[in-house]
Design a protein around this ligand. Structure first.
Ligand SMILES: [Zn+2]
Length: 371
C-alpha cells in the first residue's frame, strides 16, 4: 500500500531499507550520504550502483529538490522500487537514486532551503548577470511581499484576492505567471529567490551528476515534483532544451499529458536543474543519448482560481517565515501549504500512483531499460 512518510527521518529510513531490495539485483549497490553543516543531522543520501557487466545506460531518479515535495516523491520512489526495479536489467544499467536534494526543506516542510533559496532556480552559471533580470517581479512586489505578520486569515485572503485581481487586469495572466514563477535574484527574503551564489546542495548535485554520468552512452533522468498542474493528473514537464515536442513525447512514452517549460504551456525557469543537465550533456558529452523530465503531481488544479490559491499559499508561507503569524493564522497556513504539496485525500495519492506507474512503464520501456 502506498503511504506518505510521516517525517523526513521516516522517509530516510525507508530509503535505507530500499538499499537491501536494490542489492538483491545489484549486489554492489551502496548508500552514501553528504552531510550538510549545522546541528540538525541533515544529509543528501543517495544509492549508487554500477551495471554488473557494461556501463551502457544510467537511470537517475531525484526527489525533494523542493524539500516538502519530497513526501510525495518518497511515496513514488517506493512505487518505483517495488514495481519497476525488479524489471530493470542490472547487467547494462547503472543507478543513481537521490533522496531529498533539499533535506532541510523536507524536514521543515518548505520548498526552499535554509537560506530561502529555491534550488530549482539556483543551477546558474553566472550570478552576476541575474539581478534585475525579472523587472516584473519588482512591479508585483506589493502583492508578493507583504511586510507584516499574517493575522486575521479571512481579511488577508480578501485583500490578497482584490490585489491579485487588480494586478491581473493590469498585467494579464501570462505576464504575472512569468514574473512570479520564473525566479528572481534581487530580494533574498522574497519568493522564488534563486540565490546570490551556488548553494551547497547545488554544488554537490552538479558534481555528483557530472561524475556519475561520465562513461555512459545513455542517460535517463526523472525528477519528481508536486504542486503544479491539474489536480488528478500527473504531467510530464519537459525542458525547453529537449528536442522532442510535447506531442512527440506523449506518443513515444504513451503518457496522457506532457508540457514544455515555456510561457504558453507551463512557465520559463531560470536556473533549472534539468536545463543545466541538458547543457552539460550538450557541451561535454555530445554523443550521449539523453532524456530528462519532471513528474509534476498536480494538487490545487489548473484553473485561474487554483493558480491564485497556489500563489497565495507561497506568499503567505513566506510572509509567515519572514514576519511571523498569529497562532490561528499559523495553523491555517501550515495546513494549506501541506495541501499544496501533499494533499491529504487518499484518492489523490492512488491516482498519483497510477499515473506514475504509467509514466515509469512507458518511459523505461521506450528507453530500453527493461530486461
Ligand atoms: Zn517542485
Amino acid at each position: 500500500m502506498i503511504t506518505i512518510p510521516a517525517s523526513y527521518k521516516e522517509s530516510q529510513q525507508r530509503f535505507h531499507n530500499d538499499l537491501t531490495v536494490i542489492q538483491t539485483y545489484w549486489p554492489a549497490a551502496r548508500m552514501n550520504s553528504h552531510f550538510l553543516p549545522g546541528e540538525e543531522d541533515l544529509s543528501i543520501d543517495w544509492i549508487s550502483a554500477d551495471p554488473i557487466q557494461a556501463k551502457e545506460r544510467l537511470l537517475i531518479l531525484t526527489t525533494g529538490e523542493h524539500g516538502i515535495e519530497g513526501y510525495v516523491g518518497s511515496a513514488m520512489l517506493q512505487v518505483f522500487v517495488e514495481e519497476f526495479l525488479p524489471r530493470l536489467d542490472p547487467k547494462r544499467t547503472g543507478l543513481l537514486i537521490i533522496h531529498a536534494i533539499n533535506p532541510w526543506g523536507m524536514k521543515h516542510h518548505r520548498r526552499v532551503n535554509a537560506n530561502n533559496v529555491d534550488l530549482n532556480r539556483n543551477f546558474v552559471d553566472d550570478f552576476n548577470t541575474l539581478p534585475g533580470l525579472n523587472p516584473d517581479y519588482t512591479l508585483l512586489s506589493p502583492l508578493l511581499e507583504p511586510k507584516h505578520p499574517l493575522q486575521g486569515v479571512f481579511g488577508e485572503k480578501v485583500f490578497f484576492l482584490a490585489r491579485t485581481a487588480s494586478m491581473l487586469l493590469r498585467y494579464g495572466v501570462v505576464r504575472m505567471r512569468e514574473a512570479t514563477l520564473r525566479g528572481q535574484y534581487d530580494n533574498p527574503h522574497g519568493v522564488y529567490f534563486g540565490g546570490r551564489g551556488l548553494q551547497e546542495e547545488t554544488i554537490f548535485m552538479k558534481d555528483l551528476i557530472h561524475k556519475t554520468l561520465t562513461n555512459y552512452g545513455h542517460l535517463l533522468h526523472l525528477d519528481l515534483h508536486s504542486g503544479y498542474g491539474p489536480r488528478m493528473q500527473m504531467s510530464l514537464v519537459n525542458s525547453p532544451l529537449e528536442k522532442m515536442s510535447a506531442r512527440e513525447t506523449q506518443d513515444k512514452y504513451d503518457v496522457p499529458r506532457v508540457m514544455e517549460a515555456n510561457p504558453n504551456d507551463f512557465y520559463s525557469i531560470q536556473g533549472d536543474m534539468i536545463d543545466w543537465e541538458y547543457l552539460l550533456v550538450k557541451n561535454e558529452f555530445p554523443q550521449m543519448h539523453h532524456f530528462a523530465t519532471t513528474f509534476e503531481f498536480g494538487t490545487f488544479g489548473d484553473s485561474l482560481l487554483a493558480a491564485i490559491r497556489s500563489l497565495r499559499s507561497i506568499v503567505f508561507r513566506n510572509q509567515t517565515d519572514q514576519f511571523g503569524a498569529s497562532p490561528s493564522a499559523l495553523k491555517w497556513i501550515d495546513r494549506e501549504y501541506e495541501e499544496h504539496y501533499c494533499p491529504s485525500e487518499s484518492g489523490w495519492l492512488l491516482k498519483g500512483k497510477a499515473d506514475a506507474c504509467l509514466a515509469f512503464n512507458g518511459i523505461l520501456k521506450a528507453e530500453g531499460y527493461f530486461k
